[in-house]
Design a protein around this ligand. Structure first.
Ligand SMILES: *Cc1c(COP(=O)(O)O)cnc(C)c1O
Length: 364
């Protein structure tokens, strides 16, 4: 067996990509919201079933732009069980993240614990649709309405997911999606913001392009986060394989479930019946009374199976934050973070490889 990595970016057929970028070599219009950028935004409006989509050079800068566009300030209630980007986007914008614990069935923010964290400084809730599981969007909206808070979803994992038949892009005030190479749909690097409120679109366009709103007109202090034409072309190509990619992921996900669901020291992530998943990740929670998570990690590494401790450590415990957030206790998140491994899952992975990985795991 050759080494198996946790993920492998989806790529189009080379000829398909060459055909897509051919016109760029004629026009020399290679960035600044050219044809490919416009075409991808238009296509995504259809695919994501939302009235507007704003593309960014990556998901993180999209998140920072969202914080600006929604005019967030003071404190934002969020989760520590996430990728660095979520927490950093707040701190880099001068906002105090207030960490709420997660629930232990799908690892999203525990709605029952949010209210106790609301203060007069709270401006928003920033939950994360972890692994493609969807947060309790109704419960979150109810609290947001009660206290007049904005809701900004980190939907980096949730591209293409539906909840009770509704596209995930429409929940809250805004949702960020990442199109990084390792995500279900990629534009090499890339990201997008969606909102059901069309008023944000011109603001976001300005924020990603120096605040320029017209010729000789700069209305606010924006940054630069434009998706370039080669990224957008990659997206147009990769969209053509999206449905088949998700089908392949689903088959592998179900095979993992079949092999690992009955193992009494492993807890798998059950997908809620109300969710139409994109099968982005296959996390397992390991019972440390049987074997330590790190020993499973090391043993698999010995077989050249490279799984990930995703997410570990919690963002609030990062070195860069020192003791700043240590007083905020999130025991469930801590437990999950100390027990989780995500297993290899990508469309080109074979069922033989999944069987091989499972054989190694169940014999531990
Ligand atoms: C990938 C990811 C991001 C950041 O997206 P980039 O496109 O890599 O900048 C943010 N949040 C979560 C949860 C992610 O997984």
């Amino acid at each position: 067996m050759k080494p198996i990595y946790v993920t492998k970016p989806s790529m189009p057929d080379l000829n398909d990509y060459m055909k897509e970028i051919e016109s760029l070599f004629d026009s020399h219009w290679i960035t600044n919201m050219g044809q490919k950028h416009k075409a991808l935004e238009k296509k995504l409006v259809e695919v994501m079933e939302i009235s507007n989509v704003t593309l960014f050079t990556n998901g993180h800068l999209a998140l920072e732009a969202a914080v600006d566009a929604l005019d967030l300030s003071g404190e934002v209630i969020t989760t520590p069980f996430t990728f660095a980007s979520t927490t950093h986007s707040l701190v880099r914008k001068g906002i105090e993240p207030v960490f709420c614990d997660i629930n232990d069935h799908d690892y999203t923010i525990d709605v029952d614990r949010i209210e106790a964290l609301v203060t007069e400084k709270t401006s928003a809730i920033m939950p994360v649709h972890i692994y493609g599981s969807i947060c309790d969007v109704e419960g979150i909206q109810k609290l947001a309405d009660k206290y007049g808070l904005k809701v900004l979803y980190d939907g980096a994992h949730a591209f293409g997911v539906k909840y009770k038949g509704e596209p995930v892009a429409g929940f809250g005030d805004m949702t960020m999606f990442s199109f990084h190479a390792t995500k279900v749909f990629n534009t090499i690097e890339g990201g997008a913001l969606t909102s059901t409120n069309d008023k944000y679109k011109p603001v976001l366009n300005g924020l990603k392009n120096f605040g320029i709103t017209g010729q000789n007109k700069v209305d606010f202090v924006g940054g630069n986060a434009k998706m370039n034409e080669f990224q957008a072309a990659m997206g147009l190509c990769n969209l053509r394989r999206l449905q088949s990619d998700i089908r392949s992921r689903k088959a592998l996900y179900e095979l993992y479930l079949k092999r690992l669901d009955d193992v009494n020291w492993i807890k798998t992530l059950s997908i809620n019946k109300t969710v139409e998943s994109n099968y982005a990740y296959f996390p397992i929670i390991i019972d440390s009374s049987h074997i330590s998570r790190d020993l499973v990690y090391e043993t698999l590494k010995g077989h050249q199976i490279y799984v990930r401790k995703y997410f570990y450590p919690l963002t609030k415990d990062f070195e860069c934050y020192g003791d700043r957030f240590k007083h905020m206790k999130t025991p469930v998140a801590e437990h999950i973070s100390n027990s989780v491994l995500t297993l290899p899952l990508y469309p080109d992975l074979t069922s033989e490889e999944v069987e091989y990985i499972c054989d190694r795991i169940v014999s531990l």
